[in-house]
Design a protein around this ligand. Structure first.
Ligand SMILES: [Zn+2]
Length: 221
């Protein structure tokens, strides 16, 4: 054996001995606990897994938002929830959805009641201009409605039980403040305060606003 070969072998041998020193205890452990060795991940893998598990998970928040239908196809909503509340459920005065029974079935509810807190702001359910401010019931000057007409879409919306902060002829944009919610407790003690919204489609027929203003889940970072 000449000097060059000896020099080449010696580092290789050192490497083999080094590897044997590292792996021998693992081999012995595996022989002593064959099942454990098979089922448990290697220490380094385990440390990696622990690291991944310990990393805080980025929470995906989902939020329920109101979304208005885009009837003219311009990519923007054409309707908005006037109070941000849910349609009124059942209370002793009935239910708030479109078509609900009124007067023992003699008539049906012609709007959708959006739950509100008396005094809160009311948002314009459609863009347009204010075409009428009137009384919900003759002889009850405190319960008024605001009518908004959108000539381009041909839709009309009436928001009832609103103290108006707009005037007839005024232009309002979708979602803009039009007034405050009036309490219904003097007229219907115990009722869920709400804004009654009527939507009239082109031609004047009343339609279910709940089909035009829907909820959708959106992810928030
Ligand atoms: Zn109603």
């Amino acid at each position: 054996m000449n000097l060059t070969v000896a020099k080449t072998i010696r580092p290789a041998m050192r490497c083999v001995i080094g590897l044997a020193t590292i792996f021998a205890p693992m081999v012995v452990a595996a022989m002593e606990h064959p099942d454990a060795a098979r089922n448990r991940p290697a220490p380094m893998v385990r440390r990696l897994l622990d690291g991944i598990a310990a990393r805080p998970q980025q929470p995906v928040r989902q939020e329920l938002v109101w979304s208005g239908t885009d009837v003219d196809g311009d990519g923007a909503a054409d309707f908005a929830n006037p109070t941000g509340g849910m349609p009124r459920g059942h209370d002793e005065f009935g239910e708030g959805q479109f078509g609900a029974r009124r007067d023992g079935g003699a008539r049906s509810h012609e709007g959708v009641d959006y739950v509100a807190v008396a005094g809160q702001g009311v948002r314009a359910p459609i863009s347009g201009y204010v075409t009428k401010i009137g009384l919900a019931y003759a002889g009850s000057p405190d319960l008024q409605f605001v009518e908004i007409t959108n000539p381009a879409l041909g839709y009309v919306a009436r928001a009832f039980y609103v103290s108006p902060e707009v005037k007839v002829g005024e232009v309002v944009r979708l979602g803009e403040a039009i007034g405050r919610v009036e309490s219904l407790q003097r007229h219907y003690p115990g009722i869920t305060d709400h804004v009654h919204l009527e939507v009239l489609q082109p031609g004047g027929e009343r339609v279910n606003a709940a089909r035009l203003i829907v909820t959708k889940l959106v992810a928030r970072a």
